[in-house]
Each structure stands twice: as structure tokens, then as C-alpha cells.
Design a protein around this ligand. Sequence first.
Ligand SMILES: [Zn+2]
Ligand SMILES: [Zn+2]
Length: 133
Amino acid sequence: MEGGCNCGAIRYRIEGEPAVVAACHCQRCRRQSGSMYSVNLVVSPSAFTMEGQPKVFEDRDTTSGEPVFREFCGDCGSPIRSILGSNADIIAVKAGTLDDPDPYAPALHVFTRSRVAWVEIPEGTPQFDANPG
Ligand SMILES: [Zn+2]
Ligand SMILES: [Zn+2]
């Protein structure tokens, strides 16, 4: 699957299917996305290839205490990928930047303790107060 930013400076490709698709309601994702939550494709770093050079915000206001490197297009501002200082085995790709996000409804919702009151989570979808596990 492929995706990219609004201006076209950044394009990426993901080989295979994501391990999971998770909606994150934390305030940091909210601000970065400009929306009420962020939908993330959790994938292996080796499955992800990118053309173009993103800007990086080193986000140190995290619950793990480890930084999250939030990559975005420096020209148009689209958020692209987060690299987790706490877990080198996974990256989070912003699902809204996929060319075709239709198949990737969130399988679970995380940091629902920060959920905005009017955001409804579909019944039966697993929810986690913070991170699962
Ligand atoms: Zn761009
Ligand atoms: Zn988040």
C-alpha cells in the first residue's frame, strides 16, 4: 500500500499488511493530527520505505518517558510517521495519508482516557485507557 503528503514531497510504501490498526486519542496525537484522534498503522520498520525527507518533532511529553519522533512534511505539514523511542520494533504510520485507507478501520482504540466526550467508539471495539498491555 502507498501513501503520501498533501504536496507530494513525501511518498511512502508499506509492504504487507499492518500488524494492527489503532486509533490513538492522546492529546499529542490530537494536536499533531488537528483532529480528535489519530489512526495509526502499526508496521515493522523494515516494511516501510519513504521518498522525500520529512521534518521531525522530538516529542518528549510521553507517558513512557521515551521520546516519540513525529515525522511530518516540512512543506505542507501532513503527519506521516511516528518512531517510538520506547519500541524499535514498530513504527506508526498515519493512516489518513494512505491513498486508499478504506480497508483500515481501527481494530482498537488507545488512550481513551483522553477521548473527547463527543467522539463515539463503535460498540465491541476494544478500548484501552492508555497503551495496551
Ligand atoms: Zn508535503
Ligand atoms: Zn497518541
